[in-house]
Ligand binder design. Structure first.
Ligand code: WTA
Length: 632
């Protein structure tokens, strides 16, 4: 097992060791895993290309380390608990032994369908056990999984399938979420009609059994393919640097990019961070409420916990169904010890009133976590009082799809927890603030751009199919540093508080959405001449989407256009990217070189009218007053 940080002195000693001798520090973390062949070197790196390799020449398989290594002594321990959307339905439990068998069967079925090492398999599924089983099966045979969040539209799914050149899509028939039943297979059919030419088969898991369209050539039933498959499947021996998965995420420009993670480094770092941040002890019941469609679900529902022989809960439903006490019912039902959720869920539940938490026994909770966006002070205190009962420390964990694992977080019992501060980097993480010229800011009590100046094992290796983009986006802003895209500030003792994105990415309910993507979708509407999209503070979602549109034609049709624009965005990206506010404007504020002044649009959207600054140098300064006057 990786090093468990015991106390503050130990934490400080580890931080120092990781800087003075990173090779031996990370060797210490990696050696307890199973390697079919040991690595010959810990790290080779340079950030210019970038070219980063961890545990060189080492041969391993993350699935083997998640399952097989535990079987001999702990095969009967519970690996996975699945809680269905409908609380009156039966939950499911898988021991390590059962999960291993299910994964092997699936791996054999995939092989029988001609999936082999290096092939890409896209998952478009609700939170059912087959999703976790499916991705582990891919890892087992060396296929590269790419999970697409099941809330994305057919177009967004098709874009990702095409970019990954996936050979197979695995989906369910329907997705049951709260009272909604979403026709997942029908969306896959639509994506297949749009493009997806690389796909030879769609493997369909029967979730509800409700009617779906079927094409005999392409569509295959999951259960039929699993039938009679052996429950043993040898693992593919993978190079440490072989890709494990691709996960698409939004950036400030262009289409979403496929972040690539590897077997070796990702394995070591997710286990190390899981065990330390959550202080997981054998026998604890751990629950992360994220969806496996996002990085949090990959690293902290599936891989980190299973590598640590934990019991991990997977929840199919939503926090508000059948009512706002669902989370706390589940905590009580399974006596959850570590609970990990997003600020948006906390704010939404807080807004429902305290009566939903009252009367629930939450005393099993030892650590409660937050992820995905900055947690505001009010939500932090509510979480601390009502859920943590002033007893379970809050870990505010900062990280990204690209970092693979938690980078900055308090460590319970080791470092303190200060409201709204993610606090200190984990040992081995060299986080620095820089000013816009790239100069490092060493004084505390300052504000700057958050960078990481030394590699860590689970860092992004490339953006799939376009290495140059990886270099441009992350390694070109500041020489020799990975740039996160976030702004941050430090307090007088160096604790870090991440304020939010400084690029054109909006964080809506913890989901990353690129303004350029939304604008492209909006511009597809025939009446839209030009658009500009910005984020604004939203009480529940953290940030909402504010769209300014220049439209042609009759302004009496504004409401119709508004609804049509929302529909276009839903079709092109998915409901999560729908604008919350749409303002029609005669023009957009522009610089003399024709660039849209988003800073001004952000201030107007936030109703910070007194902070517009000097607008006199604009090409069209008079427009600012007009937009301000009609702000929503
Ligand atoms: C934001 C999610 C403040 C940040 C794991 C980052 C946070 C982006 C926090 C990554 C936090 C995540 N405090 N901001 N604790 N955690 N963020 O890739 O802006 O979906 O860059 O990964 O979320 O989002 P992603």
């Amino acid at each position: 097992m990786p090093t468990r940080i015991k106390n503050l002195e130990h934490y400080q000693a580890l931080c120092k060791k990781a800087i003075d001798d990173p090779t031996s520090f990370w060797d210490e973390q990696a050696k307890s895993f199973h390697w079919f062949e040991p690595y010959t070197e810990v790290l080779q790196w340079e950030f210019d290309t970038p070219d980063v390799k961890w545990f060189i020449e080492g041969k391993t398989n993350i699935c083997y380390n998640c399952l097989d290594v535990h079987l001999e002594d702990h095969g009967d321990d519970t690996a996975l608990i699945w809680e269905p959307n409908d609380p009156t339905e039966a939950f499911k439990k898988f021991s390590y032994d059962e999960l291993h068998k299910a994964v092997c069967k699936t791996a054999n079925a995939l092989k029988a369908m001609d999936i082999s090492k290096g092939d890409r398999v896209v998952f478009y599924m609700p939170m059912v056990p087959e999703l976790a089983i499916g991705i582990l099966a891919c890892a087992r045979i060396g296929a590269i999984h790419s999970v697409v969040f099941a809330g994305f539209s057919a177009q967004a799914l098709a874009d990702r399938v095409d970019d990954a050149q996936a050979k197979m899509i695995i989906c369910s028939d329907y997705n049951e979420r709260g009272e909604k039943s979403i026709p997942v297979k029908a969306i896959v059919d639509e994506a297949m009609d749009i493009s997806c030419n690389s796909v030879s088969h769609v493997l369909v898991h029967k979730n509800t059994g409700n009617p779906i369209n079927w094409s005999d050539d392409v569509d295959k039933w999951w259960h039929e393919k699993m039938d009679n498959m052996p429950t043993e499947c040898p693992v593919e021996i993978m190079d440490s640097e072989d890709p494990l998965f691709i996960l698409y995420t939004s950036g400030s420009t262009g289409k979403p990019k496929g972040v690539v993670h590897t077997h070796g480094g990702y394995m070591v770092y997710t286990a190390y961070s899981f065990q330390n941040v959550f202080q997981y002890e054998p026998g604890d019941i751990y629950w992360c409420t994220a969806d496996i469609g996002w990085i949090t679900g990959h690293s902290y529902i599936v891989y980190g916990p299973l590598l640590s022989r934990a019991t991990t809960i997977m929840f199919e439903g939503v926090p508000s169904y059948p009512d706002a006490s669902r989370f706390w019912n589940i905590v009580e039902k399974y006596k959850v010890n570590q609970f990990y959720t997003a600020p948006t869920a906390i704010r939404a539940l807080m807004a429902c009133g305290d009566e939903w938490t009252e009367g629930h026994d939450l005393t099993s909770l030892k650590v409660i976590g937050s992820v995905g966006e900055p947690i505001n002070e009010e939500a932090w205190h509510w979480y601390n009082e009502k859920i943590g009962c002033f007893k379970a420390p809050i870990v505010d964990t900062w990280w990204q799809t690209e970092t693979g694992g938690i980078m900055i977080s308090s460590i319970p019992g080791v470092t303190d927890c200060k409201p709204t501060y993610a606090a200190y980097p984990l040992p081995g993480v060299q986080a620095v603030l820089v000013d816009p010229s790239g100069e490092e800011i060493r004084e505390y009590n300052s504000e700057g751009l958050l960078c990481i100046s030394f590699p860590w094992p689970s860092m992004i290796r490339t953006t799939y199919g376009d290495h140059e983009r990886c270099k441009q986006v992350y390694f070109s802003a500041f020489e020799g540093k990975y740039f996160t895209g976030d702004g941050a500030r430090t307090d007088s003792e160096g604790r870090i508080r991440v304020i939010g994105r400084v690029d054109d990415v909006i964080n809506v309910s913890g989901h990353r959405i690129g303004t350029a993507e939304v604008e492209n979708a909006i511009n597809a509407h025939p009446r839209v001449i030009e658009s500009a999209v910005v984020g604004y503070p939203h009480e529940i979602k953290g940030q909402g989407i504010y769209a300014y549109l220049i439209c042609s034609g009759d302004s009496e049709l504004d409401d119709t256009v508004r609804n049509e624009v929302i529909e276009v965005v839903r079709r092109e990206i998915g409901p999560i990217a729908k604008p919350d506010k749409i303002q029609f404007v005669p023009a957009l504020p522009k610089t003399r070189s024709g660039k849209i002044m988003r800073r001004i649009l952000r201030k107007i959207a936030a109703k910070e009218f007194d902070q517009l600054g000097d607008v006199s140098t604009l090409l069209n300064p008079q427009i600012v007053a007009v937009i301000k006057e009609n702000a929503l």
